[in-house]
Design a protein around this ligand. Structure first.
Ligand SMILES: Cc1ncc(COP(=O)(O)O)c(C=O)c1O
Length: 351
């Protein structure tokens, strides 16, 4: 704390990202990155941007990327927003769409950046308890709100919500925005973007960090009614005109255009997930049904913090949250078949 700080800074509780260890040779299954590299076409597109042109600012509107996203989803470019990671997209949405005085609703077990943005922008919130099976129960969201947000599939549980339940929320809340954070949608969920033309209160965010394996590039998108997108554009253009650099625009557009690589690598992750679930179950773990590139698992006889520490000693890093209700779970990212085997081998002596 310093006398130079604006007063509100002292009360901020910042987000704590998963560790990015400096050690090589670790089996890193803690931040839900993709074990396969980005599309070779995306890498080629970025390499082509590494030129004398870098002296020029990028396109402030990222038109090439918006067009690639619009083509992919069959929407108009006026329905597409892009930002520096979906975290930035989410921040602008909190800032521009959720400050209505009434509480924002989100699950009690969810992406831990949501309460952080509420703190940053002074948004009241209510955390709605997941049911006993760690599922979102939409009936529990029938209360006055200034907006609703949840990841689908939810994080860190991995559990997906069907489109019928999402439509129920949209219909019950015509006067507030329902933001579906689809960071992990491509690993088994059904995107709500198909509902975008029907519901002016729907905003869907996605990231290129997971299914398109570009976490290091920092690109996220949102799709929704042009009125919602305009709010995000206003915030963005009052904050940073150029959130995406030339390499990010080119690489992200090429990644959306390379459907074959995207579909193949997603299928590989999904297939690996099923074998990790089988391996964990055989070791006595209870694994929540996952539609994501990670699983959330607990062992009835072993303490999760102890398991995480034991794995770490063997060079395998997973995520453990010291948080009510989920302190006995481990969140384990799906890696390559070799990494997954290393995880199971390291767990064997611990359980
Ligand atoms: C649910 C959820 N939303 C959003 C993000 C942010 O992704 P990024 O900022 O890399 O696009 C994450 C990252 O882990 C996430 O788990």
């Amino acid at each position: 704390m310093s006398k130079f700080w604006s007063p509100f800074v002292k009360d901020l509780v910042p987000y704590v990202p998963g560790e990015q260890p400096k050690l090589a040779k670790l089996v890193k299954l803690n931040t839900n990155e993709n074990p396969y590299g980005p599309s070779p076409k995306a890498i080629a597109a970025m390499q082509a941007e590494l030129s004398d042109n870098l002296r020029l600012y990028p396109d402030p509107n990222s038109d090439r990327l918006k067009q690639a996203v619009a083509d992919y989803y069959g929407v108009s470019t006026a329905q597409v927003f892009v930002g520096n990671g979906s975290d930035e997209v989410l921040a602008h949405a909190f800032h521009g769409l959720f400050q209505h005085g009434k509480p924002l609703l989100f699950p009690d077990v969810t992406y831990s950046f949501y309460p952080v943005y509420c703190g940053l922008y002074g948004i009241p919130f209510e955390a709605i308890a997941l049911d006993e099976q760690f599922q979102i129960r939409v009936e529990d969201y029938a209360r006055p709100n200034g907006g609703i947000i949840f990841p689908n599939p939810n994080a860190p549980t991995g559990c997906a919500l069907g489109l019928a339940a999402i439509e129920q929320l949209l219909q019950a809340n015509p006067d507030t925005v329902v933001l579906v954070d689809e960071a992990y949608i491509d690993f088994g969920g059904e995107t709500a973007i198909s509902l975008a033309n029907q519901y002016p209160n729907l905003l869907v965010s996605q990231t290129l960090s997971k299914s398109r394996s570009l976490a290091g590039l920092r690109v996220g998108i949102a799709v929704g009614h042009p009125d919602l997108i305009e709010a995000l554009e206003r915030i963005k253009n009052s904050f940073n005109s150029y959130p995406l650099d030339r390499m990010a625009i080119a690489g992200a557009a090429a990644a959306f255009e390379d459907r074959a690589y995207f579909e193949q690598t997603c299928q590989q992750v999904i297939a690996s997930r099923e074998s990790v679930v089988a391996g964990l179950t055989a070791l006595g773990f209870e694994v929540l049904p996952s539609a994501a590139n990670f699983v959330f698992a607990r062992h009835p006889g072993k303490d999760a913090a102890g398991l995480a520490a034991g794995l770490r000693e063997q060079g395998v890093i997973v995520r453990h949250f010291k948080q009510a209700r989920i302190a006995q779970f481990l969140r384990i990212t799906i890696g390559t078949p070799e990494q997954n085997q290393a995880l199971l081998d390291a767990l064997k002596p611990l359980v």
